[in-house]
Design a protein around this ligand. Structure first.
Ligand code: CP
Length: 327
């Protein structure tokens, strides 16, 4: 594997899941692959889980790891070509990327949606430049439109906990004080459909996701109806995708314009009561009592910690495949 940005990069998802479960059992058995190899992990945005789990995964594989927080210690980077660089940005991405490539065998990139241009975000302007100019294999550690390491970990977790062959998996929008990217819900929808689950996505009107990511899922605007009989509930906030409202928090940015009781979408005992004793999932970090109540996230069916633990496994499986295919 040369690049990992999307579920399709894994090829046969069932084979990838089988491999991941094998990696989980024997996570230190592949150290020969990473000997004298360096993983450079570049963060344009904050992280707890991705930073720790991806470093751990690379180290499990015998790799050296370098972590760069671009906004804390590196030169401020210009990303636009043609700009007269007389401001505060001292270096251009077009030099910085090939320089970074000199020190790495594999590069991981975290670069969230900026919400300045939907086109730039959905063309993955930063990630695609790393792919084009670094000369090295590149994987996404959450970029503008997807978080494939998280979604892979989520599907591993569902496979470990499902009690029926084809579970009903409901992804529900929930309120948040900020405006979050669509990366996690995009990838989760894509992976859950690819895994063959019955996938239902529920959200208020105005929060429709890019249909390229939700193809194969059922959209249900009635949250209680969506939750009926669910085996897994995946809570998540995301901002609006539609052109008119792109990147907006509809509750905060358009007060009174939508006829919606936003806070009723917080996932709690009322919604969980109509499920098939569903497991609760969330990628973390989570805003308690906005996205999910204390009782549900602390309850016996919560999988938020196993999901986070499986981030090490999804990352190790992906990096292992990249190491196996290095030139
Ligand atoms: N879920 C996730 O990616 O967590 P971090 O943002 O802390 O890395």
């Amino acid at each position: 594997m040369r690049y990992y940005t999307n579920v399709s990069d894994l090829g046969d998802l069932q084979a990838a899941l089988t491999e991941a479960l094998e990696v989980k059992k024997h996570r230190y058995d592949y150290q020969h692959l990473g000997k004298n190899k360096t993983a450079l992990l570049i963060f344009f945005n904050n992280s707890l889980r991705t930073r720790l789990s991806t470093q751990k995964a690379a180290q499990n594989l015998g790799m050296n790891t370098i972590v760069l927080d671009v906004n804390a210690g590196a030169w401020k980077l210009e990303t636009e070509r043609g700009v007269v660089m007389d401001g505060d940005k001292a270096e251009h991405l077009l030099e910085a990327i090939p320089v970074m490539g000199c020190y790495a065998d594999i590069i991981g990139v975290r670069s969230f949606a900026r919400f300045e241009s939907k086109k730039d975000d959905y063309e993955e302007k930063i990630l695609s430049q790393f792919i084009k100019y670094s000369g090295k294999p590149v994987f996404s550690m959450e970029c503008a439109t997807g978080h494939p390491l998280q979604a892979f970990a989520d599907i591993i977790t569902i496979e470990e906990h499902k009690e029926v062959k084809r579970p009903k998996v409901v992804m529900s929008w929930a309120p948040h004080p900020g405006r979050l990217p669509q990366a996690v819900p995009n990838s989760f929808a894509q992976f859950a459909v690819a895994a063959g689950y019955e996938v239902v996505i529920t959200h208020p009107h105005g929060y429709e996701l890019d249909p390229r990511f939700t193809a194969g899922a059922t959209i249900e605007y009635d949250q209680m109806k969506a939750f009926e009989g669910a085996d897994f509930v995946y809570g998540k906030n995301w901002s609006a995708f539609q052109d008119e409202f792109y990147g907006k928090n509809l509750e905060k940015d358009f007060p009174g314009q939508f006829n919606e009781d936003w806070r009723s979408w917080t996932i709690g005992a009322r919604q969980m009561a109509v499920t098939n004793y569903a497991h609760f999932m969330h990628c973390l970090p989570v805003r308690r009592n906005m996205i999910v109540t204390d009782d549900v996230i602390e309850g016996p069916r919560s999988l938020v910690i196993p999901e986070a633990a499986n981030r090490e496994i999804s990352a190790e499986t992906v990096i292992k495949r990249m190491l196996e295919d290095l030139d």
